[in-house]
Each structure stands twice: as C-alpha cells, then as structure tokens.
Design a protein around this ligand. Structure first.
Ligand code: PMV
Length: 338
C-alpha cells in the first residue's frame, strides 16, 4: 500500500509511566494503565515517494495551516528515527511524505505524543507492507513503544489498556483490560493553558530517578496497579477516583523533587483541584488526574458529566473543556489528509 491514513486516540493514564529502567530499549520503570479518549485524536497520512531524497513531515491542528516538522527537538527527532527504523525493518530505501493533524492542542498534557506516535507507527507499518505487525495489536504496541513515546503503546488497543513491563525479557507491550463500551466513564479535559510545556516528558523520564521519592513511588505502585485494574473491572468510581488522585500526586512529587525539578502545575491547576474536592464534599462525584502538563482531566460518570462541565466552564482559569468517553484504539481510514 502506498498511501495510508491512521487515526489514533490520546489516552489518560490512571497509573502513570514516569521514568525508565532501560533508556535504550524504552523500558518503563513500571506498568501503567490508561483509558483512550474518544475526542482527542491524531490523523496521520503517510505516502511513499520513490523520488524523495529525504523524509518530509508536516504537522497541523484542525483549522490551522500545516507547518514543516524539523528534527530540532527530542520529540521531533523520535519521529524521524521511527520512520528510519520501520523503513529499515521493511528493507526499503524509499522516503515518505507525512501529514499529521491533531483535533486538540498539542504538548499540553493531553498526550498528543501518544496519539501522534500510535498513528504514525500504524500508518508507516501499513505503507511499508508490514501490515502483519499492525494487525497483531500486541506487536503494534511494541513497535509503537520502540519509537520512544512509550505511552503511545496504550493507544493501540480499544478502551481501557495496560502497558505491561516484563523486565526479565526486556520487553513491554499493551493488552486490553476492558473494551470501550465496558463503562461510561467521562474524562472532561479542563484546558488551563494551550501552550506547549517547557520540559518534555522525554527529558522528564531521564530525571525521574534523581528524585529521592522515585523508589518509594515504585514500591507503592505494586499494590496500586492491581487496585486500579480491579476498580475498572468492577466499575467502582469511588475506589478508582481516590487511587488516581493519589497516583497523580505521587508522580508530580517525583517531578517536583527531581534534580532539576519540573513544575507542570499552574495556579489554575491548583484551583481546579480545590474545586473538585469542594464539589465532592457537596455530593458531586468527580476526581482529578494530571499528566505532564498544567491541564486537569476530571473523571466522573456520564450522569454527572453535564453538571461538572457546567461548573468547570464557570471558572475563569478554564479556557476550554473537551469531553471524552472511553475510545477506540488506533484504526485505518480511507480519508487521507491532503
Ligand atoms: O510516553 P511519554 O514519553 O509521552 O510519557 C508519558 C508521561 C505521562 O503522560 C505523564 C504518563 C503516562 O503514562 O501517560
């Protein structure tokens, strides 16, 4: 196949990956669990061009012009390295033209790298005639992880997904915990800042082990991961909610105590955390989780979503709210970007 388009969801991590046990193989220090987001998507079209001398990548956001992607940041370099890796695996020398578009603000704690690298890897594997590695979703998750954007591996399967680390075999791959229709859990993303974050997660993973709390976090993780998985299977929000809040604080403690420290939160982030606690005291059940950015993901069940969304939009620090249900994993599309 010469021209291929893939669509992949971002995901929100309930158990977060922060830090690696092996930086060359991109092996996470701990397993992680996430939910794919139905409304935060990346679409990527890959076209093989036999006359091209080098790969060309253009990136856009819905309603805006495309910009050329240059290999001038750590994350951008991973894009070109993943193209090269898959081309080599296919035994090809043909270069590609790539167009990619997000339906949401990139690099702002909405895991654009997860949707971006899952879509990129899927489109590349199909364009270079390696579709067997796309069809086998566990293998696809492994191929996606090897891009270096590890959390993207979880965007390859539908619904609620676990990225399992098998340290003995130096391997990590994703499996499904439950399909998207298992539970009408809502993620309302409260965007407090649209700008790109200053410290990328790639830089952060290198610093994690400099925090004195990193090992404590990994210890706590042993039981927390089982409890989170079980609360998803049991659809028990009161348990899941408190665990994801604890997990968020644990990861951000490591971030803020690494050397040098990384502060992703802004005043709006704290304001939303305080409000959620207040709403809960008044009977509105909602919980927060925050990835590597200032924006807050508010998790609640569908019947509560309209009220939570209304409350959020009344806060001046909230610029936009994006409502998501559990989403499908990566898939191919016939609608190419042009
Ligand atoms: O996969 P990366 O390098 O974009 O790192 C993801 C880091 C977090 O979003 C903070 C946690 C996670 O597991 O998604």
């Amino acid at each position: 196949m010469n021209k291929v388009t893939a669509i992949a969801p971002a995901n929100i991590a309930f158990i977060k990956y922060w830090g690696r046990s092996n930086h060359e193989l991109f092996l996470p220090a701990n397993s992680s669990i996430s939910m794919n987001l139905s409304n935060c998507l990346t679409t990527t079209t890959v076209e093989l061009h036999s006359l091209l001398k080098q790969d060309e990548v253009e990136i856009g956001q819905e309603g805006r012009d495309y910009k050329k992607l240059l290999p001038n940041t750590e994350k951008n370099k991973l894009v070109f390295a993943q193209i090269e890796r898959i081309r080599k695996m296919a035994g090809s020398t043909t270069h590609v033209k790539i167009k990619t578009q997000n339906s949401f603000p990139a690099d702002s704690g909405i895991a654009s790298s997860a949707s971006g690298f899952a879509a990129l890897t899927s489109a590349l594997l199909n364009a270079y005639d390696l579709s067997d590695k796309f069809e086998d979703k566990v293998e696809l998750s492994r191929q996606t992880r090897l891009s270096g954007a590890v959390s993207a591996a979880r965007s390859c399967l539908d619904g609620f997904v676990e990225l399992i680390v098998n340290g003995q075999n130096q391997d990590a791959y994703a499996i499904q915990i439950a399909p998207a229709n298992h539970w009408k859990l809502v993620d309302l993303v409260a965007v407090v800042d649209h700008r790109s974050k200053k410290t990328s997660s790639s830089q952060g993973h290198l610093l994690a082990e400099t925090s004195p709390y990193f090992m404590t976090r990994l210890e706590e993780m042993r039981s927390r991961i089982d409890e989170v998985r079980q609360s998803i299977l049991d659809q028990k929000l009161s348990t899941l909610g408190l665990l994801i809040e604890l997990e968020t604080i644990s990861m951000h403690t490591v971030m803020m105590t690494s050397r040098p420290p990384i502060y992703y939160w802004q005043s709006g982030t704290i304001e939303i955390i305080n409000k959620i606690q207040l709403w809960r005291e008044n009977g509105l059940e909602a919980y927060f989780t925050i990835d590597a950015g200032a924006n807050v993901h508010i998790i609640c069940e569908e019947p509560r979503a309209a009220e939570v969304e209304k409350n959020l939009t009344q806060l001046t620090c909230v610029k936009q709210v994006i409502k998501n249900l559990p989403g499908q994993g990566v898939r191919l599309s016939q609608k190419h970007l042009s």
